[in-house]
Design a binder for this molecule. Structure first.
Ligand code: HEC
Length: 418
């Protein structure tokens, strides 16, 4: 598939689908011919460099300041926008003057007794779009630099960052997970393979997916070391045996269900959320039979998933702004409105010691949210740098949280005081 088509599909799936259908696309999804761009320096560049993958409505009403536009434009350039870094100031001036707008709502902050502090690291390649973090057992953080085509490693003790460049250009590394030998496995979202990076040598082994299995999304190991993964764009779920390289793939029973985030239960059963449907699903690790669990609200779009020690499923309902709880044993669902409300876009989510942590990606700044299932109480913090859409987070072994900040090119560690 061409790069352009890929981006169109990705935007269709991720933005129009998630954002526009949610009614917040008023300013951002319409057609360019409704845009009356005043003349001025930078207009030509915008019209030529910014219309290849999406229309210019995308740049309307972001509420971005100069720094945020700088980071966004760097990310678009790394994604492939035909513009040079020295054109950033003039384009930013134009955007600030003509397409400013209000941007997302401020976050609602819920105080509480837990103390959290943040450390954040800027990444070496500009606009790399760190998508997911993986919290390694040694206390370090791996991340996928989706647009920079790298798997990166942050050592929080020294602040040292190392990037491993992938051999296939524009692979679009997306989700990642480590194995027991220290290899990092990732989904190559743009090139339809599963990769295995050996950090000792920098070598990458590529496991090509069958024809049509596009947009592999989240990889995860079960307790036996078998890799499971969602294939968002192709509406599929797969299994890879690392010993033989054998791949089996099945299709979700719900059309266009966008199989998304995934976890594995204590019994070795993978569970996933369907971002294109109001459903959670599980997959039989042996037969790959899929069982779906409907959520009570038709408009729900669960985007990421987490699990507690009782094998209860927690999900971020991106479209409705809720935190949800599904007990697969009974099918019962309970939901809580996220503190910042219906447009808060809850996204990256994880658990530690049966406490739920997630981020609201639709408020400015993005928040870190803590939810205690025992007391049903929320506490929230703003992420100091703004977060820039936290697409995923993961608890470290010690209960701190590894956070990828996709829009602002940073990786963060939230230190939770014990
Ligand atoms: C090579 C394809 C491509 C080109 C060219 C491109 N974009 Fe994007 N743009 C994307 C993709 C993919 C997304 C959605 C994912 C993301 O946010 O990174 C996006 C999202 C956006 C967003 C919304 C997300 C955010 O962070 O606010 C804005 C604003 C934006 N683009 C502005 C621009 C501008 C301005 C230009 C011209 C300099 C441009 N884009 C050129 C691919 C492109």
């Amino acid at each position: 598939m061409s790069k352009k088509l890929f981006f169109l599909l990705m935007i269709a799936a991720v933005l129009s689908f998630a954002g526009l259908m949610l009614g917040q696309g008023q300013g951002r999804g319409g057609r360019d011919d409704q845009l009356n761009l005043p003349d001025g320096p930078g207009k030509d560049i915008l019209q030529s460099a910014c219309t290849e993958c999406h229309n210019l409505q995308m740049a309307v009403g972001t509420g971005y300041n100069r720094e945020e536009w700088g980071l966004t434009l760097e990310r678009m350039i790394t994604a492939g926008a035909k513009m040079t870094p020295d054109q950033i100031p003039v384009v930013t001036d134009y955007l600030l003057k003509n397409l400013a707008g209000e941007g997302p709502k401020p976050a609602v902050i819920v105080p509480g007794s837990v103390t959290v502090s943040f450390k954040e690291w800027g990444l070496p390649t500009k606009g790399s779009r760190p998508h997911d973090p993986w919290a390694a057992p040694d206390g370090s953080i791996w991340y996928s630099g989706m647009y920079a085509n790298v798997i990166g490693h942050v050592d929080p003790k020294t602040g040292q960052i190392k990037e491993y460049h992938l051999k296939t250009p524009r692979s679009g590394p997306h989700g990642l997970v480590g194995d027991k030998e220290g290899n990092i496995w990732f989904t190559a979202n743009s090139k339809s393979y599963i990769g295995k990076l050996n950090p000792k040598t920098g070598d990458v082994t590529e496991y090509k997916l069958p024809e049509g299995a596009r947009d592999p999304h989240t990889p995860i190991f079960d307790q036996k070391g078998t890799l499971f993964f969602t294939v968002q764009g192709a509406n599929m779920i797969g299994r890879l045996d690392p010993k033989t390289g054998d791949i089996k793939i099945v299709t979700s029973p719900t059309p266009r269900s966008l199989p998304y985030g995934m976890v594995v239960s204590s019994k070795g059963v993978p569970f996933l959320v369907e971002f294109g449907a109001p459903k959670v699903a599980s997959i039989d690790p042996a037969t790959l039979a899929i069982k779906e669990y409907p959520l009570p609200h038709e408009e729900s779009r669960p985007r990421r998933i987490a699990i507690t020690s009782d094998d209860v499923i927690w999900y971020s309902d991106y479209s409705r702004g809720y935190l949800g709880r599904l007990d697969p044993k009974t099918g019962n669902v309970k939901e809580w409105p996220s503190p910042s409300g219906p447009t808060s876009l809850p996204y990256g989510i994880t658990t530690y010691n049966d406490i739920i942590w997630y981020s609201e990606s639709g408020v400015k700044p993005n928040t870190l949210v803590r939810f205690d299932p025992k007391t049903e109480k929320f506490q929230t913090w703003t992420i100091p740098s703004g977060g820039g859409v936290v697409r995923n987070m993961m608890a470290m072994k010690d209960g701190n949280l590894a956070i990828a900040e996709s829009g602002i090119n940073k990786v963060a560690l939230a230190e939770v005081k014990k």
